[in-house]
Structure formats: C-alpha cells, structure tokens
Design a protein around this ligand. Structure first.
Ligand SMILES: [Zn+2]
Length: 510
C-alpha cells in the first residue's frame, strides 16, 4: 500500500501536457486517495494481521453484513449510533451481532463480580428463594437475607410475603424489584441526568445487591451463573475485580477474604470440570477509592496474604469508584509506590481516565497510573487528552480496557461513534473490549460491547480487527506461559470453527 502511494505521487511529478494532465490528475487524485485509505487501514489496530484463505472469505461475509446494516437504516441513524437502552432489541436482530455472539472472545479483562450477572436472573432466581428479604430505609431499598446494620428488623420483610400481596401484578412487582439493580429501569435513563446523578444510581445498584452477595448460598449460585453467562457468550477466561467481602452462611458462620477466595476457586474448578472449554478465572483485589491511607495499608497487606495463599489466582490490585468524587491516585502514590509489604508493589490494574473533565487531579489519574507502572488501564477514556502518554502506553504495551456500553450508560458519551477508542484504534494503541458491569444495564456477557466496537468504534474494520482484539485479550491477560499454551489450543480450535462458519456463509451468499 505504501508502494502504491509512492507510485501515485511519482505520477503527479512526471505528468506533462494540459489535457493529459487533467485526465491523469483525476486518476492520480483517486489513486492517492485510495492509497491514503489503504494506508490508514493498514496502520490501525488489526491492519497488519495475517489472514488465511478461510479468514479472507469470513472477512468478506462480515464486511458485507456490516455494510448492509450500516447503510440500510430506515431510522435517522444506524443502530450503532443509538443508546444501548434503545438499541438492545434491534442489536439482537442484527446478523453482525449474531456472528459476534458465535465468535470466541478469548478473555474478559475488566469485570466487577457484583455487577456481572444479568439482573433478570437475580430477580427470577435469588428473590424467589425463601431466605430473600427486602429492607426499606428512607426510601431506599436493599436486598438482604439477614438484618442489616443500617436497616432495623421491623423494616425488613420477606420478599415472598410482599409478592403474595401483589399476586395480581407480580410482573410489575418483579420489574420494580429489578429496577433496584438495573439502570435501564431507573428514572435517570430518560437522558437528562448528569454524570453525578448517573453515578448515584449506579452506586445504589451495588448497595442494593450487596446484602444478597454476603450470603454464601446466594454468592455461590450467583457466581456459577456468572461463569455460565460468560461461557455461553464464548468467553474462556475472566479476570474478575472483587473486594472479597465477608460472607455468612445459614448457620451464621462467617467467612473472611481468604476463605471467600477459596470458595470462588472451588466454584471455578467445578465449572471447569463441567465445561472443559472454559479455561478459568483470576482475581484482582479491588477497593473503593474513598478509603483512608490506613485502610489502603490494610488492603495491600490483604493482597499480599491472598497472593501468597493463592499464587496465580489472586493476581493484582485496583482502586475503584467515581474518579471526580473520590481520592486521586496521586493522593495514594506514596503508599502505592512503597507499600508496607515485604514483596513490594503488587501488579496494578488501575481504573483511570473514566471521566469527561479536564485539567483536574482526576483527569490526571492516567498519568499516575502509568507512573505507578499499571499493567493495564481500566477505561483510559481521558487518555486522548494526554498525547505524551499515548507513546508511553504504546511503548510499554499497556492495554486499555475499553468498556463502550459502560461509558455510554454512565454519561461519558451518548453516541459511541464518538468514543475515543476510535482514535486509539486508528493509532494502533492496544485495546481490549470488555463489559465492566453488564448486569446493571440490562446486558449479559460481552457481545453487545463487541457489537459497538465493531460497528461504531471501528466501522471500517474487518475480521483482522476482531482477530487482533481476541488474541490481544489473551496476550494482555495475567495467564502464565503454561496457561497461555492451554488456552491458545482451545482458542485456535474455536476460532477455526467460527471462521469456517463465516466462510461457509460467504459461499452461500455468492
Ligand atoms: Zn470498572
């Protein structure tokens, strides 16, 4: 493509004669234009990926589907330009979406456990268990099993009894319950809410579900469902951010973080046994950014004890929460640089740049994340405003964990065709596509996010882009060399099946 570009420029320099010049200038203009388009496609993410004969056929299928869907819109804009809450049912009828659903997605590198399972499953399963209760304090509602500290016993009722009273409109009652943990069902979805209001609603979902996930039987059922939903979506490895909060069981016995990690480990091993193509899970200990220095010290010590007890399972540390409203990474830097633990700083996987502001300490979290040697950046939405860092991120191969629907639902960008990841893709800055908290916005798995990545963020891209994303998700994971070999075997087989299916469609269309 670069040779073509140079040849076109040469023609301009060599052409003489006015008529010949007019004809050749048009031709030259077109040639140069095509060469620029080709050069840009080759430079961007996935542009240099090798494609075999089947992949080239699959590429033609996917590009034809994509073109058709991007052009044949009887609405003002293609589905890819719509908000997920309005677009979801349309996305589900899309041929591209159904192809992406089939595609093996490799690893998911950014997912919070307590927001990962679809809200519908929580309502249809956990709230129908006899232990399920609902507590009401000052117009706020919390799912629970035992009496919460912040909720007096006389304000806590079995959900079963409440449902019996609503026998005539159980569907409405269940939808109301679901609205406690689903942003789509909250009033702020109307589109005029500020980012702070959206975050208040978002945090209220975590507060609402917390009581259920402290109860060991619910915690176990929920995490089995988490693995099932992601595996159904052709995900083979998950890196899960979790606080490993205390659990209790039906006898009142309590379980601390080390025991909770052990419970999760056992659930994962059981699931792998049942589903041999599922590779596994790793944990990133995550604490809220509203903690004190003393609490951070405790969290770093906990990380050390967990990573010693579960080497290769608990693999890193992160700080989470709304960046504008909480402490900055800079404010924690002395402790994060020199934590009071003999093994030195953990591997960091910081959330950073999940904001729209500029020139604030929160905006500069991306600078601190890079200086603190983060292995990946959660979101990195604001990185686009830090040109010095683009090069550092590329040179140090720090991947950006891009969560398109999360950024849309939490108000950073309305139309995902404007998401800065489009720039990162064009600049060949490594990204991975992931779903953050899909259970809280009426999604499940990660295919909806892949749909927006393919249709809105990289509308010109073909299968080379997808292949790069999928294999980069393994490359930038925390898997050991031996684990990489295992998952690569699974992925190569699944990828070949997917490509063959797409290539067959190409033959059927022709
Ligand atoms: Zn996150």
């Amino acid at each position: 493509m670069y040779r073509g570009f140079a040849a076109s420029v040469l023609i301009v320099l060599c052409t003489t004669g006015s008529q010949a010049m007019t004809i050749s200038r048009t031709k030259v203009y077109e040639d140069i234009r095509a060469a620029i388009v080709d050069a840009e496609a080759g430079f961007g993410l996935g542009g240099k990926v090798f494609l075999n004969a089947d992949e080239l056929r699959a590429d033609r299928t996917l590009r034809a589907m994509k073109k058709n869907e991007l052009q044949s819109s009887d609405r003002d804009q293609p589905v890819a330009g719509m908000h997920f809450f309005e677009a979801k049912s349309l996305i589900e009828t899309s041929a591209v979406f159904n192809a992406l659903k089939l595609m093996p997605k490799g690893a998911i590198l950014h997912l919070h456990n307590s927001a990962a399972v679809s809200s519908r499953w929580v309502i249809r399963n956990l709230t129908y268990r006899q232990e399920a209760k609902l507590c009401n304090v000052e117009d706020r509602y919390y799912f629970t099993v035992r009496t919460l500290n912040n909720c007096p016993e006389n304000q806590t009722r079995p959900i079963r009894d409440m449902r019996k009273e609503r026998q005539k409109d159980v569907v409405v009652f269940d939808e109301w319950l679901e609205s406690l943990i689903n942003m789509k069902l909250k009033p702020s979805r109307a589109g005029h809410a500020t980012i702070d209001q959206l975050w208040m609603d978002f945090e209220s979902c975590f507060d609402a579900i917390r009581g259920f996930l402290q109860y060991k039987p619910f915690f176990e059922a929920y995490h089995r469902q988490l693995l099932q939903e992601f595996h159904n979506d052709n995900v083979y490895h998950i890196e899960l951010r979790t606080s490993l909060s205390k659990l209790f069981d039906g006898d009142g016995k309590e379980y601390g973080p080390v025991e909770v990690a052990y419970i999760l480990h056992r659930i994962v091993e059981d699931f792998r046994h049942q589903s041999p193509t599922f590779h596994g899970v790793k944990l990133i200990l995550s604490k809220h950014k509203n903690i004190t220095d003393k609490e951070l010290e405790g969290a770093l010590k906990l990380y050390e004890s967990l990573s010693t007890s579960f080497p290769g399972f608990v693999v890193g540390f992160d700080l989470v929460g709304q960046e504008d409203m909480n402490r900055s990474l800079k404010s924690f830097a002395p402790l994060l640089l020199q934590p009071p633990i003999p093994s030195g700083p953990p591997k960091y996987f910081f959330h950073a740049g999940e904001i729209v502001g500029y020139a604030s300490e929160a905006d500069e979290n991306v600078i601190d994340a890079v200086l603190l040697d983060t292995k990946r950046i959660g979101h990195g939405y604001a990185l686009i405003k830090h040109p010095v860092l683009w090069h550092a991120v590329r040179r140090k191969q720090i991947v950006l964990e891009v969560c398109p629907i999360s950024n849309q639902v939490l108000g950073l960008v309305r139309d995902l065709r404007n998401h800065p990841a489009g720039f990162y893709v064009s600049q060949n800055i490594p990204i991975t596509i992931t779903s953050d908290d899909p259970g809280f916005w009426d999604a499940s798995g990660v295919t909806y996010d892949y749909y927006y990545a393919f249709m809105a963020i990289a509308p010109r891209a073909g299968i080379g882009f997808l292949k790069q994303l999928v294999w980069d998700s393994i490359r930038y994971s925390s898997l050991s060399d031996a684990e990489r070999q295992n998952i690569t075997k699974i992925m190569e087989k699944q990828w070949a099946l997917f490509v063959r299916e797409m290539a067959r469609e190409n033959r059927a269309r022709n």
